[in-house]
Design a binder for this molecule. Structure first.
Ligand SMILES: [Zn+2]
Length: 341
């Protein structure tokens, strides 16, 4: 956030005060691209209704039109990029700059990159001995790979990353990628060439992360991608502790299963405990060795694939472990496609 700036005010709403405010505000916003603005006022408490009506009709109107000239910006009462709050009770001006929202899809080709900033598991970002007082795990994240060059380009000091769901760190995200919105906080620039940003991210992160079809969007896009429920196609490598019975294994092909999945033990700390009913279809089975096969699945949004394989100690039913009468482990997993209708 832009820090609030103090101003001097001696209960005199005159042209000196107006000039003083206009210069303070233009100075603070000089680095910002400012296509539209709205000035809001908190008037002194001890003024009468009549006095305030008069201030609104005269002082406020004149100040707004002088700001418009000084900032080269249009007043906008509906959806201003810059909101300026002038508070005569605290003698302070605060600003709110609309974030820039960038919509795109990302692919992830690595099994060591997290989706969002990897806060330290122990201190949750507070900094502790275990993370060497960095507050983070030592791995990279899709969020940082995309946001760092974006923040530099837009001169923004912070960001939020909104993904349309997420995959685990060890899962690759292939196909057409996963939708996301990057929110850039307090950006000084707002109209940069996104194809250049796309090129920069992709050339620096080959074999790690790729972004496609970056475009500007509105805030509403975040809710839209968060609410969307898309089926996915996965490719999993399954390893058993003993050889699989080949006929049994191949008979799974083209079968559809209705799963009852209790909340996986590995996410119990952040998900409500409930039974989810999810449909999974087996598209293909390819044996690799006696004890290893690849399985291609189409799964309803929100199905837990690793647990469908292992059974998660019978918390998912049916499971491949149960169907194949073997102890099964998911030893590699890729999202091949998110089916956006
Ligand atoms: Zn820590």
């Amino acid at each position: 956030m832009l820090s609030p700036i103090p101003f001097s005010f001696e209960s005199k709403f005159d042209s000196i005060l107006k000039t003083h405010l206009v210069s303070k505000i233009s100075e603070s916003l000089s680095a910002y691209e400012n296509p539209s603005f709205l000035a809001g006022f908190i008037w002194p408490k001890d003024f009468s209704k009549e006095q305030i009506l008069d201030l609104k009709a005269n002082f406020q109107q004149n100040l707004t039109s002088e700001l418009s000239k000084a900032l080269h910006s249009i007043p906008d009462f509906q959806n201003p990029v810059t909101s300026i709050y002038i508070d005569f009770t605290l003698n302070q001006i605060t600003f709110h700059i609309q974030p820039v929202y960038i919509f795109g899809h990302y692919k992830k080709f690595s099994r060591t990159i997290t989706q969002t900033f990897p806060y330290c598991f122990h201190c949750k970002g507070q900094s502790c001995r275990l993370c060497n007082f960095t507050g983070r795990e030592p791995c990279e994240s899709v969020q940082e790979i995309i946001a760092e060059p974006a923040q530099n380009l837009f001169q923004s000091n912070d960001n939020k990353f909104h993904g349309a769901g997420r995959e685990d760190q060890d899962v690759r995200m292939l196909g057409n990628g996963r939708a996301f919105v990057l929110e850039l906080i307090d950006p000084q620039k707002r109209s940069m060439d996104l194809s250049k940003l796309e090129q920069e991210i992709n050339s620096k992160n080959q074999n790690k992360v790729e972004v496609i079809r970056l475009q500007y969007c509105l805030k509403a896009k975040i809710a839209e991608i968060k609410e969307a429920k898309f089926s996915k196609i996965y490719l999993a490598e399954v390893t058993g502790v003993k050889p699989f019975v080949k006929e049994k294994l191949l008979s799974l092909k083209n079968q559809t299963f209705e799963l009852n999945q209790a909340t996986p033990q590995r996410v119990q700390y952040r998900r409500a405990e409930l039974i989810r009913k999810k449909r999974i279809k087996v598209l293909d089975i390819v044996p690799k060795t006696d004890c290893v096969f690849e399985i291609k699945l189409e799964a309803e949004a929100g199905a837990y694939i690793k647990e469908f394989i292992s059974s998660d100690q019978n918390r998912t039913k049916p499971s491949l472990a149960e169907l194949l009468n073997n102890v099964c482990d998911c030893t590699a997993l890729d999202v091949l496609e998110i089916i956006e209708n």
